[in-house]
Design a protein around this ligand. Structure first.
Ligand code: SF4
Length: 341
């Protein structure tokens, strides 16, 4: 029988699997503690577990990590890891160091079919969804390499997480679990370009993780031009779903807005944006664009970016202007992977 990667099992799935094989469900918690808390993956060392179960674990499970292809470290300490998957596809995972901890940006798909016109990841069409263990293993592999604990997770790398919804939700269950990676729900964020039906589902998930919306435009005409998802789910539907999310979850939402020179960075768009989201429990994260060779888009100059930010503030919108990270290491999402494809 082909071995299964352990990191693809939620606690519920492991319990049922053990019970189906005539072991006790409570053994699942013992195994989780060994693997995630004590980092023991050799079943022989799991001393409070019976010998037959230890043999079962070693016969059934493997604990392989992802294969590291490249690691880049920027001057500001941002790191990019390129990992090879079992079918030879490569994915990238980005580590950012902040005052409050270590944040890892997770890739959710091999390529992306959403086709946002400014995004390096969208240049490679979607091949497949990442499975659960490939999602979890990005954290385990990076932690093993850097020998530090990741404290924050953002599912904002290559791919549209809500196009791989079930696996991403199981991933969250594993990393949030008290005997899993123990990453708090408030330290986990998922970003979508706006798959509206899934926003309604996400609002009703029992684990209340954060939601970020890749907005990037304040009207339908412009948004449809730069993000084709807007033709399927226009702004009025998206904003309605976001309101529903904030009401049901009681959580604040983040609107991501990449400033693109001459495209969406005029003051009139700051005004339009503030009208669009007024009254929503939200804040806007303004992001300087990292130019990608293949695209014509350019970065808004810093003075103009400041003006945009100030205008939002003046109109009562909570906003931050993000510092640039990793500009010397192909920091735009998907750039490193693109080079190695
Ligand atoms: S921005 Fe996100 S959703 Fe859009 S193409 Fe890039 S990876 Fe896909």
């Amino acid at each position: 029988m082909k071995k299964q990667n352990f990191y693809g099992f939620t606690i519920e799935k492991l319990k049922s699997f053990l019970e189906e094989n005539n072991y006790k469900g409570f053994n699942a918690d013992q195994i989780f503690k060994w693997v995630y808390e004590k980092k023991v993956t050799n079943p022989e060392e799991m001393t409070n577990i019976s010998k037959p179960l230890r043999k079962f674990i070693s016969d059934i499970f493997e604990f392989e990590n992802l294969e590291l292809v490249t690691r880049q470290i920027a001057d500001d300490s941002t790191q990019k890891f390129l990992f090879k998957l079992i079918d030879e596809h490569v994915i990238e995972t980005v580590l950012m160091r902040y005052d409050y901890g270590l944040s890892l940006c997770i890739t959710s798909q091999v390529g992306c079919s959403m086709g946002c016109t400014f995004c390096a990841s969208g240049l490679i069409t979607k091949h497949r969804n990442l499975n659960i263990y490939e999602l979890v293993n990005q954290i385990i592999s990076v932690q093993n390499i850097i020998e530090e604990k990741i404290t924050h997770i953002v599912v904002m790398g290559t791919g549209e997480p809500f196009d791989n919804y079930d696996n991403v939700m199981d991933f969250i269950r594993i990393i949030n679990y008290k005997h899993g990676l123990q990453i708090g729900a408030r330290h986990i964020s998922v970003s979508t370009c706006g798959i509206v039906p899934k926003i309604y589902d996400y609002a009703r998930e029992p684990i209340k993780t954060n939601l970020a919306i890749s907005l990037h435009a304040s009207n339908n005409e412009l948004r449809s031009r730069i993000m084709k998802i807007n033709k399927v789910y226009p702004l009025e539907d998206l904003i309605k779903a976001v309101k529903d999310y904030t009401e049901i979850s009681g959580r604040r939402v983040t609107f991501e807005y990449i400033l693109l020179k001459g495209i969406n960075d005029d003051i009139k768009y700051a005004n339009e944006l503030s009208d669009l989201i007024r009254g929503i429990n939200a804040y806007v994260n303004l992001i300087p664009y990292n130019p990608v060779n293949e695209f014509v888009y350019k970065k808004t100059d810093p003075i103009k970016a400041q003006k945009f930010y100030k205008q939002l503030e003046k109109r009562g919108i909570n906003a931050t202007l993000r510092r640039e990270l990793g500009t010397d290491i192909d920091a735009a999402c998907g750039q490193l992977r693109l080079k190695n494809n």
